[in-house]
Design a protein around this ligand. Structure first.
Ligand SMILES: NC(=O)c1ccc[n+]([C@@H]2O[C@H](COP(=O)([O-])OP(=O)(O)OC[C@H]3O[C@@H](n4cnc5c(N)ncnc54)[C@H](O)[C@@H]3O)[C@@H](O)[C@H]2O)c1
Length: 325
């Protein structure tokens, strides 16, 4: 016991502790300084996909604090209900509902929308947040490569099925959570579904580029409707998104990587701030087809400005999801 206290009194331990505390506050200061505070958004009806964990869960928590009515559209109903209970307890907002949505199934998406429309005749904000990253080659229920299928195709169908409600409730907003990885992406016109070859990193970047192309194409189609649509990069955020990465699957790798990256990673709370900015900031009432990061407008990759590819992707997405808009 005495030895333990001797160790604690050692100047090295004190220095390491002071360094750790210093880094913690510096990280919080650097990330927190950029955020705005928004007033209560009473009465807004919001859908957040993939909101039982990570950035989505924090987004719901922050919206719940602002008195929104929130639908948590989640694949894992049990985890979502647990998350919802925690949020209700913390915010005392009882207008938070869990509804099942599997973006890897077109039937599930259609059922979610049908049920939602029976319950609600308003939708002010749709936040397309759910995502899967660098998974091994897998297919959705409809045979789409999983990352393009969930991150883009699923949200494409969901959004289009909800457009009538968004238009009716205008001014309203669509927020697409993309990633800085869109800058590494290319739309593989000859092999969009990765049937000839598959690389998990390329497939993720392709799906996140698709988010930005979809945002820009949809913004054009929504001109004059009062519905805006914007995309964003939330930052590098400490969440469960890396669950498919081999290095994070063993304890040692996870420990080393998390320790090394920790000072540079945002907390989920800070990672949710650009989503909140895109969803709530009054200065963005008429801003559409744009891309944000750190609560500010940012340029997109040249590939995301290619309108021809945007049109190609839209037409393919209509064919794949058996829908025409
Ligand atoms: N964490 C980061 O550093 C980072 C960086 C850039 C972009 N993003 C993007 O942010 C978004 C949120 O990711 P996160 O970091 O909070 O990760 P996360 O893994 O904690 O959250 C992703 C959510 O998506 C849900 N999801 C996955 N497949 C689904 C499906 N088929 N149907 C319905 N929901 C499904 C998961 O269940 C989970 O709730 C993603 O779109 C991701 O690409 C994250």
């Amino acid at each position: 016991m005495g030895c333990f206290f001797d160790c604690l009194m050692c100047p090295c331990v004190a220095w390491v502790a002071a360094f750790g505390v210093g880094i913690y506050f510096l990280r919080e200061y650097m990330q927190g300084g950029k955020f705005k505070k928004y007033t209560n958004e009473t009465g807004k009806v919001v859908i957040v996909t993939g909101s039982n964990t990570g950035i989505g869960k924090e987004t719901v928590l922050e919206l719940a604090r602002r008195n929104a009515t929130i639908y948590m559209a989640c694949r894992d109903k049990k985890r979502a209900e647990q998350a919802m209970k925690e949020i209700v307890q913390e915010t005392n907002n009882k207008s938070i509902f869990v509804r099942e949505l599997d973006l890897a199934s077109l039937d599930s998406i259609r059922k979610f929308v049908d049920d939602f429309k029976k319950e609600q005749d308003k939708l002010h904000i749709l936040i397309n947040n759910a995502g899967v990253m660098r998974c091994p080659h897998m297919l959705t229920k409809n045979g789409f490569e999983m990352q393009l299928g969930v991150n883009h195709m699923g949200h494409f169908l969901l959004t289009n099925l909800l457009l009538d409600l968004l238009k009716k409730t205008a001014p309203s907003r669509i927020v697409n959570v993309s990633s800085l990885f869109h800058t590494c992406g290319a739309i593989n016109i000859d092999d969009l579904n990765s049937e000839k070859s598959y690389d998990e990193g390329n497939a993720y970047s392709q799906s996140k580029l698709a988010n930005v192309l979809f945002t820009r194409e949809l913004a054009k189609r929504l001109e004059g409707t009062g519905v805006t649509v914007n995309a964003l990069h939330p930052g590098a955020v400490d969440t469960e998104l890396g669950r498919h990465m081999k290095i994070l699957n063993n304890l040692f790798g996870r420990l080393v990587l998390k320790t090394l990256l920790w000072p540079f990673m945002k907390t989920p709370k800070n990672g949710a701030q650009t989503t909140l900015y895109a969803a709530l900031d009054p200065d963005l009432d008429n801003v559409t087809g744009m891309y944000f990061s750190d609560c500010a407008l940012k340029p997109v990759a040249p590939a995301a400005m290619d309108d021809k590819t945007g049109k190609f992707l839209w037409e393919e997405s209509e064919k794949w999801t058996h829908s025409k808009y």
